[in-house]
Design a binder for this molecule. Structure first.
Ligand code: SF4
Ligand code: SF4
Length: 522
């Protein structure tokens, strides 16, 4: 759908856009709003052209969101890029001004303007901090979509860098397809299994790769199955002891009453969303999540037809493909006949945030609008479902000091901060210690760490220093991207740190060590 042009004019003067590169943070500075400095790279005066033709045409609803910014600056200390550079153009307030000025035709998308907008993590820390309710992510995501449309429409404007083109091709064609991702990882996994991989690393062979590919290599977890298996389509805890669980399970398969004569429990039906990267890189955590949900008394279904949530496409300006993924997933869990599950749960914050926003993504699609709303209403982070169903009985202790990092797409996009901590605090033996700046982005941000490795690494270092200050031996976080980012950056610096999903610790407390799993599933 192409939005009508907007004729609203920027009624306020743009703030001065600061850019003193010498003021870059060292990755460990305090969260203070930096001084505003004059930006020699991007100033409205330089970027302004005599043409009043808007550089981008924003949907008027999105543009109106930008108008609610009152330039108070309260979001600045919450913005990771601003805290690193001290540059107003790298702050939410500065970026909102840039996007408005682009839409008003006051500036053109010069390389400098693009640089400041591209550096945004879309972490949404500014939204949590903003007292005026600015929904920043809609603005940056639509701006990226409009830029992308222009690139797709005009071959002359195509991205020049082959690394950029290769990365985008991999995001859209490999990362979002579990079978292709497994195939792509197979050689590296084979080298890991025969022990050659660490040797290649120690010989510095990986340093020959371009920075983005080096970062990708760095994030490969040190172990994992050669070919991760798909989750079972249906999982229920059978209950009972001895042969009863097996016989009860068989009885359940043919629709008969359990052998103990008790009527089957009314179970909450949870649709589990494994995610495409999650189902390959996070396969064991997904499996644990399903087992924990079953231990909570839920019936868990994971239809094999589920596809990507669409987040990678959506955040990279491929809006229409994201919408198609949304339609496919809605058809599975909320078909025209009505929803087939009570909740849709995921243990990946990035996927959860996207799934919760299908209603927004398809708000202009009359065929899907209502079902999209119904779908989004049912989406929960796994921690929300566990707390709602009741934390299962725990028989094992976890003697560890753990700190918790809030994934941006859990804390800022979904506003889920209490439940993961509630689960961790309930685990016997576990000492939960607070993490300074726990809700500051670690630099992962979906595919950002591959596209902006320098800023991503600075933010990771900041996170690692904060974790080290807690004295914790483990860091728990509810997002696969954050887990891979923090673990790989710790590893690259030789720091001893275990990075886990809260579900892994809960699973241990409920079931004991891996392979000693005593749950009876059917
Ligand atoms: S989304 Fe994150 S990086 Fe972007 S402006 Fe907001 S706080 Fe800053
Ligand atoms: S806190 Fe909100 S209103 Fe204030 S400058 Fe930031 S985005 Fe604008």
């Amino acid at each position: 759908m192409s939005a009508p042009p907007i004729h609203l004019q920027n009624s306020r003067p743009a703030p001065e856009l600061a850019a003193d590169e010498s003021a870059r943070g060292n990755g460990a500075g305090p969260r203070q709003p930096g001084p505003e400095r004059h930006d020699t790279a991007v100033s409205p005066a330089q970027a302004t052209t005599s043409s009043a033709r808007p550089a981008i045409t924003l949907d008027p609803r999105t543009y109106t969101r930008a108008l609610s910014c009152v330039h108070c600056g309260l979001c600045l200390p919450a913005c990771p890029t601003y805290t690193e550079t001290g540059n107003e153009a790298d702050s939410p307030r500065g970026r909102i001004q840039l996007m408005r000025a682009l839409a008003d035709g006051n500036i053109q998308p010069t390389a400098s303007v693009r640089k400041h907008l591209d550096l945004c993590l879309d972490c949404r820390g500014c939204e949590t901090a903003c007292p005026s309710g600015v929904v920043y992510h809609e603005l940056i995501e639509e701006t990226r979509f409009r830029f992308n449309e222009q690139l797709n429409d005009d071959p002359q404007k195509r991205r020049a860098s082959w690394e950029d083109n290769l990365l985008r091709w991999m995001f859209f064609n490999v990362f979002t397809n579990p079978t292709r991702l497994k195939l792509a990882l197979l050689p590296a996994r084979l080298l890991q299994k025969i022990g050659v991989y660490p040797l290649l690393r120690s010989m510095g062979v990986m340093k020959l790769l371009p920075p983005q590919l080096r970062k990708m290599e760095q994030m490969l977890p040190p172990d994992g199955p050669l070919w991760p298996k798909a989750l079972p389509e249906r999982v229920i805890e059978a209950g009972g002891s001895g042969f009863a669980p097996v016989l009860n399970a068989l009885a359940g398969q043919i629709g008969a009453k359990p052998l103990d004569g008790q009527a089957p429990r009314q179970r909450v039906k949870v649709g589990f969303f494994p995610g495409c990267i999650g189902s390959v890189m996070f396969e064991s955590v997904n499996r644990m999540a399903v087992e924990v949900l079953a231990a909570c008394g839920a019936e868990v279904v994971t239809p094999a037809e589920l596809g990507c949530c669409g987040a990678i496409h959506h955040h990279n300006g491929e809006h229409h493909t994201a919408q198609n993924f949304a339609r496919r997933n809605i058809d599975i869990f909320v078909p025209p006949g009505g929803p087939i599950v009570d909740h849709i749960a995921t243990n990946i914050a990035g996927c959860g945030a996207m799934l919760k926003e299908y209603d927004f993504l398809l708000r202009d699609d009359p065929a899907y609008r209502d079902r999209a709303r119904e779908f989004s209403r049912r989406v929960r982070d796994i921690s929300e479902v566990i707390v709602e169903l009741g934390i299962p009985t725990m028989k094992y202790t976890v003697e560890e000091t753990v700190t918790y990092h809030d994934a941006c797409h859990l804390a800022h996009a979904q506003k889920v901060t209490a439940q993961p901590r509630q689960i961790l605090a309930a685990i016997p033996g576990l000492k939960l210690v607070p993490l300074p700046e726990s809700d500051m982005c670690c630099g992962a941000a979906g595919t950002y760490n591959l596209q902006q490795p320098e800023m991503s690494t600075s933010l990771a270092l900041r996170k690692l220093n904060n974790i080290a200050a807690t004295g914790a031996t483990s860091c728990a976080t509810g997002n696969v991207g954050c887990a891979m980012q923090i673990a790989s950056e710790a590893d690259a610096r030789g720091r001893q740190l275990r990075v886990v999903h809260p579900v892994e610790l809960l699973h241990f407390a409920v079931f004991g060590p891996p392979r000693a799993n005593n749950i009876k599933l059917r």
